[in-house]
Design a protein around this ligand. Structure first.
Ligand code: AMP
Ligand code: MN
Ligand code: MN
Ligand code: MN
Length: 287
């Protein structure tokens, strides 16, 4: 069976494994085709590709771009991108500058709630000082004993209405899809079940995304409960989007492991159908 996982993080964003170790873990888990999709940065792709080439795993260069849409944060995954493309890399650079400024405001907000040193602490938890995010704050809060675990850290801090949450304007949906397409990639809506959108807003998002040239939607993801797979498979079909599959792996023991997901429902049109990168694996059928 062909095991394809198109959503995964390394320590270039908020994962814990360096890119080469994420690739090795994917191979050990039986993954044939892996996309590295770090948040707002492509700095891990060269090392991941090097490791993948050495062990015969197919690496798809990817990225997960943070977007603000109608007041919601939405994530757009770009796959088969050219990480060296200037339009994409300049756009991602701007987002990372915004992240650093946001992280300072998060630190100040936590300080007002009596928790000092959080910005410095989160930066110390981030291997890539350019890509500091809420996960790094959460790991620091847990390490300092302010929260028993990550889930609790997000519930009590870092989420809307709680200390450490600050509003932030990410890039637009149009920019994210445009940069991905400019670099030769395909755009995919990440984990649609995670957004607090009612049905009408979700349909508006899918229409807008499709009109901008977006092509895919995650149906099978570590962020969806199995009871949601059918709903998003149906939406993919209704909106003319191709279905994707990815664990959204961040760390061993956190969430779903790389490649450890069910297959796409049989009636889905797979995003990867016709990709030349799959050629070496075509004697295997998709898992
Ligand atoms: P950021 O892009 O800095 O706002 O961070 C978003 C990241 O935080 C997501 O990609 C997840 O990795 C993580 N995250 C968000 N919500 C939660 C949660 N409730 N529990 C654990 N991790 C979360
Ligand atoms: Mn993340
Ligand atoms: Mn995401
Ligand atoms: Mn992700």
């Amino acid at each position: 069976m062909l095991n394809i996982d198109l959503h995964c993080h390394s320590d270039v964003s908020d994962g814990v494994l360096p890119p080469a170790e994420a690739v090795a873990r994917a191979a050990a888990n039986g993954v044939h085709v892996l996309a590295l999709t770090d948040h707002d940065d492509v700095a891990g792709i060269a090392a991941a590709r090097h490791a993948a080439d050495a062990i015969g795993l197919t690496l798809i260069p990817g990225v997960e771009i943070s977007v603000s849409w109608e007041g919601h944060t939405v994530h757009i995954v770009g796959l088969r991108i050219d990480p060296a493309h200037s339009v994409l890399s300049e756009g991602l650079h701007e987002i990372r500058l915004g992240r650093i400024e946001r992280a300072r405001r998060m630190g100040a907000d936590l300080a007002r709630a009596g928790i000092g040193g959080a910005y410095e602490g989160a930066c110390a938890c981030a291997a890539n000082k350019q890509m500091v995010g809420r996960t790094h704050f959460a790991r620091w809060l847990v390490a300092q004993g302010h929260a028993p675990d990550m889930r609790n850290a997000f519930r009590r801090f870092l989420t809307r209405g709680n200390p450490g949450y600050v509003e932030h304007e990410w890039t637009t949906l149009e920019n994210a899809v445009g940069w991905i397409r400019a670099s030769g990639g395909v755009a995919v809506i990440a984990h649609p079940g995670r957004y607090a959108l009612d049905a009408r807003a979700l349909h508006r998002l899918l229409d807008a995304f499709r009109a901008l040239g977006g092509e895919g939607i995650e149906v099978i993801t570590g962020s969806h409960h199995p009871s949601e797979y059918g709903k998003f498979a149906d939406l993919a079909r209704a909106f003319g989007l191709k279905a994707s599959r990815g664990a959204d792996f961040h760390a061993p023991g956190e969430g779903v492991d790389i490649g450890r997901l069910p297959a796409l429902p049989h009636y889905c049109q797979a995003l990867w159908q016709g990709w030349p990168e799959l050629q070496p694996h075509l004697s295997l059928s998709p898992s």
